[in-house]
Design a protein around this ligand. Sequence first.
Ligand code: PMP
Length: 287
Amino acid sequence: RGIAWVDGKITSMEEAKIPFLDRGYFFGDGVYEAVKVVEGKLFALEEHLERFERSMKEIRITPPKTKAEFTDIIMECLEKAGIPDAMVYLQVTRGIGPRMHAFLPQGEPMVTLFVAPMASLEESVRVAGVSCITVPDERWAHPHIKTLNLLPNVLAKQAAAEQGAFEAIFVLGTEPGGGLVTEASSSNIAAVIKGKVVTPPLNGRILPGVSRAIMLETARAARIEVEEREITLEEMRGAEEVILTSTGVEVLGVCELDGVTVGQGVSGPLTRRLYEVFMAGSVQRLT
Ligand code: PMP
């Protein structure tokens, strides 16, 4: 039981289809609300729609419908579903388009909604209460797993794009100059500091990049000194060279950081050398 509303089309839940290229699917790039329906009446609808709008604005999705329009759709679906005790689930994603982190220039938000039965809790449960456990609050704190929770990466890449930059590098902690650089929105980072190639360690705060590993391995094989250790923002600002590694960019020099020239303002000599040994080593890894 239950019905789905996908971009204007109402179907059963089973028949509902979401476009493969929806950014919700690839990035979790969207927001949602769930509203309780008790005996056919929506509970706290206005509050939910307010928060829904706020959530959209926070992640810079222009609300594709007004609260009144959302209300009309919800009412229509509730009536069609005919389920007195239900949940209305409302979702807006940044829409459909080729998979790229930054926002699509012509992206249109995608609205989906469903109404599904939701029984109220048993009175016995309400009387007895429930048991709980505690867990560390590590939400967003597992960047070493290559998950689809990429909204922070999407927002970072978009910020870079809007400032005419290629990548955004994450800094952990806010102590002036003391924050640690971890990785970039879709690449790992390294820097040349006092002549040595350094890259942040695999301590759970970065994705263990395949390119990062191959860069380290091919560099060591070529007797280029490399070290895995934390890098502060201040150190990176003063580095001779800053380097990105990823499947897409392989080993790539950074010429400018927050508007300030890095090193000589071009891809540096060690970056070039690392790229050469990386590409030479790549040949053996072709399947
Ligand atoms: N960090 C993040 C957050 C990434 O998305 C990527 C790209 N997959 C990388 C690092 C680089 O990983 P790889 O070298 O395996 O492409």
